[in-house]
Design a protein. Structure first.
Length: 384
């Protein structure tokens, strides 16, 4: 193989790119990480149920041992002490990742780089940038630009949201409980809920979240959050930070890449379509990729497994198809799901570590006739 600039080039230095670079730093590989961003700050908050360990444990800011879902006529709380719900602010994640990478001479991070055309030339990949071309034996594309192949009937939603970290006049938050969904909001624009991560009785991250075809203007979410705080009796409030995002929720096959180009993170299908959870799956995928490259000889393209199982994709496809067909049933479906299953079952199911008993419990908790009918109608989406 002709001279390379690095054994592996990672395009994109966000959560997925940095997570993989941290793992590859342990291997006997030269790694180049490039990104168009100029620096890092707090742009989002990662949340997940605790599963296996990962290199960013020290960056976790809070662990909730209880979660709840709130509807108009009932609130369901569940203990998840065995698998706490954890939150990790992105600025702390970035600081930890950069600190780890700085200890490894074989890893180089270049920010402010504009990435152009990418070509797999068989024996190597060539990447055009505004600083010149790079040659590598493997390109890991972590830029978050999803490429999918929809068929007739595929659902192509996004989970779109904006959040305000607020400090309120009156103590309305319950610091021990993470509210995954407060569904006491209008459902006229599709499944819609408020997500709350309290820090103190007067301070919390409050996110206004929708499942639907496209995001709204930022003021739309902010006004919803103000109305939600007012309805809770929060009084006046001060905004400490802001964040927003849009995560693909699609039943279409996501292009993982082929040959010497591998897409990862959201771009590679790591995000769970039915919930938008991504961080824990990104960590799992990073471990799998590092293992696949641990004995790689660079003379041939490596074999990289899919980021998620066929079983989990089946449930996601059927569930999204059901919600798309019955969008106004979202409140009943989500509240029933939590009401009729245990905290550990919910945590394992949402983390894709579910047992057969967990899957059975979930199926018993949702509208079985409607879900089964949708499974039959959408069989072309999951019989692949």
């Amino acid at each position: 193989m002709s001279a390379l600039d690095a054994d592996v080039v990672v395009c994109g230095a966000g959560a997925a790119g940095l997570s993989i670079a941290v793992r590859l730093a342990r291997l006997a590989l030269s790694v180049r990480v490039i990104d168009r961003r100029d620096g890092y700050g707090r742009d989002r908050t990662f949340s997940f149920f605790r599963a296996r360990s990962h290199p960013f444990e020290d960056a976790i800011s809070r662990r909730y041992r209880a979660i709840d879902v709130v509807g108009h006529d009932r609130r369901v709380a569940r203990n998840v002490e065995a698998r706490p719900y954890e939150t990790l602010p992105s600025d702390r994640f970035y600081e930890t990742a950069l600190r780890i990478l700085a200890r490894h001479d074989r890893v180089r991070l270049d920010l402010g780089v504009t990435i152009g055309a990418i070509r797999d030339l068989g024996r190597h990949v060539e990447i055009e940038t505004d600083r010149g071309a790079l040659r590598t034996a493997l390109l890991i594309d972590a830029r978050g630009e999803i490429s999918s192949h929809p068929r007739a009937g595929d659902i192509q939603w996004v989970q779109h949201f904006a959040g305000l970290e607020v400090e309120v006049e009156r103590p309305i938050f319950e610091p021990a409980v993470a509210t995954l969904m407060d569904l006491r909001v209008s459902q006229s624009d599709g499944p819609h809920f408020v997500y709350v991560l309290p820090e103190t009785p007067r301070r919390a991250l409050v996110e206004d979240t929708y499942f639907g075809p496209a995001p709204f203007e930022l003021d739309h979410y902010a006004e919803n959050i103000r109305a939600w705080l007012e309805a809770r009796g929060a009084g006046s409030f001060r905004v400490l930070s802001r964040e927003r995002g849009a995560i693909p929720m699609t039943t279409a096959d996501v292009d993982r890449g082929e040959g010497r180009i591998v897409r990862v993170g959201v771009a590679g299908g790591a995000a769970k379509p039915s919930t938008g959870y991504a961080f824990a799956f990104i960590q799992r995928d990073a471990d799998v990729i590092a293992h696949a490259l641990s004995g790689w000889d660079r003379l041939r393209a490596p074999t990289i497994p899919a980021p998620r199982s066929g079983t989990s994709m089946f449930f996601d496809r059927v569930f999204l198809a059901y919600l798309a067909a019955h969008p106004r049933s979202a409140e009943r479906v989500f509240v029933d799901l939590f009401a009729k299953t245990s905290g550990p079952t919910i945590a394992r199911f949402l983390s894709e570590d579910a047992t057969s008993a967990d899957y059975a419990a979930v199926m018993a908790a949702v509208p079985s006739a409607g879900v089964l009918a949708q499974a039959v109608k959408s069989r072309a989406l999951w019989m692949r």
